[in-house]
Design a protein around this ligand. Structure first.
Ligand SMILES: [Zn+2]
Length: 414
């Protein structure tokens, strides 16, 4: 390496991103490459052609996850993994997921260019059906790989036309039916566009992702009694809005006590019958809760539950609160985070620690392997949008961080 700090080839990476974006390209400049479609498979074929040109092997597991492998000097050691997904939303962008795959391949090509062998083998994963739009389970492939979702329940998912994941995998030539065996992995990194506005606003090039928020949604129901808004004295009403009047300030206080990391959103408030001169007989409220630290997240949930129960008791009204959706978050591995931090520092890049607001395959991977993520800015924080955009220079800087971190984890040149 002549003592020179290694770098990726940013132009090669950009041209590959643009070549991949042509597959399933939409008129508005985005991509429609939904999971297990012909376009998804065309994208994978393009990736495989680059992988073979880089002297790598390519294999697909029984749930459709694809792995590009570059051998290590001690090839039986656990792999150092990176990757993301190639599938998109119906009106998706050019970078969500795709960048993490192309950057992983760029690391491999750069190691080839630099004639660097690593002690551990390196694998680039393409997780199947991350988006969960055609088949309704986001992060499906990584969930099966990590053992969080049984293979058969992934196979049974169907799209709106009634086609199952299993049928589509069979149609595309994947050998299904055998169990998914997870290869030993030393550590895993995923690089992704932020999909939010924080890095851009803080003028940072690199986000050192320390975790993904825990998130859940809760439905509050309060039963009252419909009554005429004129003749019924205030103290003779059973008005569910009295509970709402107590809950709103109490909810915001609970979130404020855990600032700045807690997120509490009262996203839906419904009264019925919803008539201007009737005391509502029923109130329905949806509250969305998020926090990156599991202990604080649980404490916030418990406090919200308690506030509802106390207010119902005080007001003498019947009601309930129940969790209607939950997505577990994760705190990433301290050593993997440190490796990313060191790589950004060695490259003298502007970096900050950040928590992901969106779910990623790395949440599943982190359940079984030491894992961390790297973010780069995207224009206006826009994602899941055909106008999704990122600067070539930021994407190059991110891939350089990934290269340095992967070299460190895989024992390059040691
Ligand atoms: Zn993604």
């Amino acid at each position: 390496m002549n003592g020179k700090s290694p770098r990726v080839n940013g132009e090669r990476q950009w041209s590959r991103l643009m070549a991949m974006a042509k597959i399933g390209a939409t008129a508005q400049g985005g991509c429609n490459r939904q999971a297990l479609t012909d376009a998804d498979w065309e994208g994978r074929a393009l990736l495989a052609s680059w992988a073979h040109a880089a002297s790598c092997t390519v294999r697909i597991d029984p749930v459709g996850n694809l792995f590009v492998r570059r051998p290590g000097r001690e090839d039986t050691l656990p792999v150092v993994m990176t990757g993301s997904h190639l599938d998109t939303q119906p009106t998706g962008g050019k970078f969500d997921g795709v960048y993490g795959v192309i950057a992983g391949l760029e690391v491999i090509d750069s190691l080839n260019d630099l004639k660097v062998t690593t002690r551990h083998p390196i694998e680039v994963a393409v997780w199947c059906n991350e988006e969960g739009c055609r088949f309704p389970q986001p992060m499906m492939g990584s969930a099966v790989w990590s053992g969080r979702t049984p293979l058969q329940s992934a196979y049974a998912l169907t799209d709106s036309a009634g086609k199952s994941v299993r049928q589509e995998l069979d149609r595309l030539g994947v050998s299904t039916g055998t169990p998914v065996s997870r290869q030993p992995v030393k550590a895993a990194l995923e690089i992704h566009i932020e999909q939010g506005p924080v890095l851009e606003r803080c003028r940072k090039t690199i986000g050192i992702v320390t975790g993904v928020q825990h998130m859940s949604r809760h439905e509050v129901i309060v039963e009252g009694q419909e009554a005429h808004a004129g003749p019924t004295p205030m103290d003779m009403r059973r008005d569910p809005i009295r509970v709402l009047a107590e809950l709103l300030p109490a909810f915001y206080t609970a979130a404020q006590r855990r600032a700045p990391d807690a997120r509490l959103t009262v996203s839906i408030i419904e009264t019925s019958p919803g008539s201007p001169n009737t005391v509502p007989g029923r109130l329905r409220v949806i509250v969305d809760l998020r926090h990156p630290v599991v202990a604080h997240y649980r404490a916030l949930r418990e406090e919200i539950d308690r506030l509802v129960a106390e207010s119902l008791r005080r007001q003498g009204l019947k009601g309930s609160i129940r969790c209607v959706w939950e997505a577990p978050g994760v705190e990433f591995d301290a050593e993997c985070i440190a490796v990313v931090r060191q790589a950004a520092a060695a490259l003298q890049l502007n970096a900050m620690e950040i928590v992901s607001g969106a779910g990623h395959d790395s949440v599943n991977v982190a359940a079984v392997v030491p894992t961390a993520m790297i973010f780069v800015p995207c224009a206006g924080g826009l994602s899941h949008n055909e106008a999704e955009s990122a600067l070539p220079s930021d994407l190059e800087a991110g891939a350089n961080v990934l290269l340095h971190a992967m070299m460190s984890l895989s024992g390059a040149g040691a």
